[in-house]
Design a protein around this ligand. Structure first.
Ligand code: AMP
Length: 175
């Protein structure tokens, strides 16, 4: 086990029954409180994805913005915010999806991606895969290509990765 892996294991906080009973929420805020560990997380994402052929990083609201924007900066790529319905001000398309706890809709600006661009999707956590899959649909609707998926945490026991239909899925830590 790498140093980073054990530091993440020791730092990510389990919050039982949030936001509803039966869900064990993986709280990443203790990582954010630790600037040294946050920097190592950011560098680990950079080290993994640099050298891949990418044209942009799509980060999913809101925790996907934190390291997603840093990754885009490291790779000198555009950052594309994927937001919950009604938040983006310009022309949008939307996609509904199922969460581990409920349903929702995600949106993207129609001018965020040009046809053929290779986009990396980033979020803090992969659970059932519904959120990441909805984001992939948005990118494909704009004729973009999904180049891969990046997560800080993957809940492997929910098998969300198998629904993403990609051989390019990277997570810093799996439970
Ligand atoms: P899913 O669509 O089921 O893969 O859920 C992933 C999305 O929901 C991500 O944006 C996560 O931030 C959030 N999420 C789902 N389950 C959890 C969990 N157990 N702990 C923290 N965040 C979660």
């Amino acid at each position: 086990m790498s140093d980073l892996h054990s530091a993440l294991l020791a730092t990510i906080r389990n919050v039982p029954d949030f936001p509803k009973k039966g869900i064990v929420f993986k709280d990443i805020t203790p990582i954010l409180s630790d600037p040294h560990l946050s920097k190592r997380v950011s560098e680990a994402f950079r080290d993994h994805w640099q050298g891949h052929q990418l044209d942009g990083v799509a980060g999913i609201e809101s925790r996907g913005f934190i390291f997603g924007m840093q990754l885009a900066q490291h790779l000198e790529l555009p950052f594309i915010p994927i937001r919950k319905k009604g938040k983006l001000p310009f022309h949008t398309i939307s996609q509904s999806y199922n969460l581990e706890y409920g349903t929702a809709e995600l949106e993207i600006h129609t001018d965020a991606i040009k046809a053929g661009q290779r986009i990396l999707i980033h979020d803090d956590l992969l659970a059932t895969g519904g959120t990441a899959n909805a984001t992939a649909s948005l990118i494909r609707k704009l004729d973009g290509e999904v180049a891969g998926f990046s997560f800080l945490v993957e809940l492997s026991f929910l098998a969300g990765a198998s629904d993403l239909n990609s051989d390019n899925i990277h997570s810093l830590i799996k439970y």
